[in-house]
Design a protein around this ligand. Structure first.
Ligand SMILES: Cc1ncc(COP(=O)(O)O)c(C=O)c1O
Length: 366
């Protein structure tokens, strides 16, 4: 069993993806070829956002968003400590200070009710993470941001395709930043990412920052990065897009099925999904209340791959410990000890899901 079954997906899409790649090899425009604009147009249509700026990775998307809104040394950016390191890492690389706000124990997303207490005159932005594929309480976050004149950058690396009150994740905030890392809901065959915004000025800034701050060839109007998406990766994504709605449907069905299979297991808690949004299950993650590592080892013995997203909250990681006291954010600390991500992808077979559920049942009884 695969943790993320990319081989089955490629087998289903091989003619389309191969033809798309071949077209790039034939025209030879590997950097900013025509597939980049074609993909950006398609993603604008899919998300409902006014602008899409494809970039080299989800990490780069976060950095470019922070640079575009003018984050500078001394600024503070509020985020969750229960996320992949890139979220806080880019805040620090942009010269700012990450300010950690704890998560909700049942969704593992930033607790929007705790944000306002952490705002200072130095706060410039809020960066909620749509963890595991579900948006945080974005309305409350935007209300707080509006009261204090802050930008909101949604780290939507795990939630591309999810909806919040009928609108797409990535199209909700000042910027939405996503990742096309191969195992993400929409993945390419290497690194990739994209930024979304409704602001013409911010879109222009992000487009310039993506190409070393150039507003025209060799005219560097600002400091930027080398942050372009490869044309070949855009071609892969264009080959995958026609199946993406079907894949989202599968993810929703498989997520709901996992939840049904697992909800009564003693010592296991499933993730809460709020009724006004959905989850695309970038990871299908459960909470094992005691003995998570033993349960993970028992699943491994039965040939079931799992992962821990994430074993330590960032404020307990050496690189970020200085930004917060180690006993802060108790819900994040508790989640890090309990979470376990199970095999998940649109091509996961129901029979394999059944195997995962019975292996979990046996491991939790042991
Ligand atoms: C929450 C979150 N933010 C940012 C990233 C970074 O994305 P990428 O790997 O495309 O740079 C990831 C990827 O794992 C992620 O899960």
């Amino acid at each position: 069993m695969q943790f993320t079954d990319l081989k089955a997906q490629y087998a289903a899409l091989k003619p389309a993806i191969d033809a798309r790649i071949q077209r790039v090899l034939d025209h030879g425009q590997y950097i900013m070829g025509p597939e980049i604009a074609e993909l950006e147009t398609a993603l604008v249509a899919f998300t409902g956002s006014k602008h899409c700026i494809t970039v080299a990775s989800g990490t780069e998307a976060l950095l470019i968003a922070l640079m575009a809104i003018g984050i500078k040394p001394g600024d503070e950016v509020i985020t969750s400590p229960f996320t992949f390191a890139a979220t806080a890492e880019m805040i620090v690389l942009a010269g700012a200070t990450p300010v950690f706000v704890d998560i909700e124990a049942d969704t593992a997303n930033i607790d929007a009710t705790q944000i306002e207490a952490k705002i200072t005159p130095r706060t410039k932005a809020i960066m909620p993470v749509s963890l595991y594929g579900q948006c945080a309480d974005m309305d409350m976050i935007h209300a707080v941001a509006a009261r204090h004149g802050l930008a909101v950058i949604e780290d939507a690396a795990q939630s591309f395709g999810a909806t919040y009150k009928g609108r797409r994740s990535t199209a909700l905030s000042t910027f939405g930043a996503t990742s096309f890392f191969p195992s993400k809901p929409l993945g390419c065959y290497g690194d990739g990412g994209a930024l979304f915004t409704d602001s013409d000025a911010l879109a222009q800034a992000a487009r310039e920052i993506r190409v070393h701050g150039q507003s025209a060839r060799y005219r560097h109007t600002r400091v930027g990065v080398g942050g372009r998406l490869d044309t070949l990766q855009a071609a892969v994504l264009l080959g995958k897009l026609p199946r993406f709605e079907w894949e989202l449907g599968r993810r929703h069905a498989l997520g709901a099925r996992y939840t049904r299979l697992l909800q009564d297991l003693p010592g296991l808690r499933t993730l809460s999904v709020r009724p006004d949004r959905d989850c695309v299950w970038g990871q299908y993650t459960v909470f094992i209340e005691r003995g998570r590592d033993t349960v993970q080892a028992a699943l491994k013995d039965r040939g079931i791959p799992t992962a821990v997203h994430y074993p330590l909250p960032l404020h307990r990681q050496p690189a970020y410990a200085a930004y917060c006291c180690s006993d802060c954010c108790p819900a994040s600390i508790a989640a890090a000890a309990q979470v376990l991500s199970l095999p998940m992808s649109a091509d996961l077979a129901e029979a394999d899901q059944d195997r995962v559920a019975s292996a979990l049942r046996a491991a939790l009884r042991a």
